[in-house]
Write a protein that binds this ligand. Sequence first.
Ligand code: PLP
Length: 395
Amino acid sequence: MIVKKMQALGEKRSVIREIFEYGNARRKEIGAENVFDFSLGNPSVPAPDAVGEALIKMLQESDSVSLHGYTSAPGDLGVRASIAEYLNKTYNVGAKPSDLYMTVGAAASLSACLSAVAGAGEEVVVFAPFFPEYRVFTEQTGASLRIVPADETNFEINFDALADALSEKTAAVIINSPNNPSGAVISEASIIRLAEILSAAEEKYGHVIYLIADEPYRELVYDDIAVPYVTKYYDDTLVCYSFSKSLSLPGERIGYVLVSPTAKEHDAVYAAICGAGRALGYVCAPSLFQKLLPHCLGMVSDLATYKLNRDLLYEGLSSSGFTLKKPDGAFYLFMKSPEADANAFCERAKKYELLLVPGDDFACPGYVRIAYCVTTEQIRRSLPAFAALAKEYSL
Ligand code: PLP
């Protein structure tokens, strides 16, 4: 029998996808250059040249059977050793290959971690605004989401509301820094405070509470902003990393989970992540792209373009009268809608061929997300349209 819950998930397209499909139709009608599509978080900057060069070399020089063969279920040991060495050199993590589980991107990392540590009747705490798929990944485990409302002053952590959200049911807390959709980076002081609160909650409720650090945008930061490495502050941390954004490889589906070497139930939780990967059918992440990683660790696609886009857009929108905070990282800008209903605002923006995403899906109504991983030319050409839209609201 068809599982209705899954059918419903498959039939309901995400709002972002709906807008993107609308953009495709408009591109056909009026030409791609006349549509200002800011809907998708698909990197617009190519992967570093070294990625293509390494792939060609591997294909030319390696034995194809071993290159394309299955790796061990949690990932190739040599690849995991290289990643551990890189993390230790860069963040002083103390990681070993046996702390790492290779996955098909951050989505699979999150799904495996949540399946490993959360179950029926338990809760996973998330901070608005958050990536909408957290709900899907959490609910497939039988657990439910507990949403902490946004701190609209800086989109960091709303500590006042966090106290109410934690309970004996809390299995895990997810943070995402740099953040999709706000672009906010959680400061070291906030991570320290969060770690203290979670440690006290572990003590009070007598069980481990996992801090899941969703980090596909770790390297996408501007103006020398530091992104603290969370395992240093909280022992029971699971890092969900992906190369989708840092290396502009979203379609290749490659990432990993790092179980903090200091996690109290380290071996059991690592085994549970391997088990969840097995149950979900995620074992043995793509072999070619696993083996590419040792050649590319620490490389990042050209950040200068994203920074230029951010600066142009921020200046343009601010001078048109919109209310927004300059994002520190990722490639999203989260702007206050000039009318309370962000859906109505996004509909009105379509008149100017501006495709924006309402914040409602990110659990933050009254805001819109603008993905600036587009060409700089698109940003420049869209600014008069934003100015005309602002005029409609007398900003
Ligand atoms: N987490 C966040 C916050 C994201 O924005 C995304 C993708 O956009 C993901 C996870 C999933 O990333 P991946 O492509 O590596 O599965």
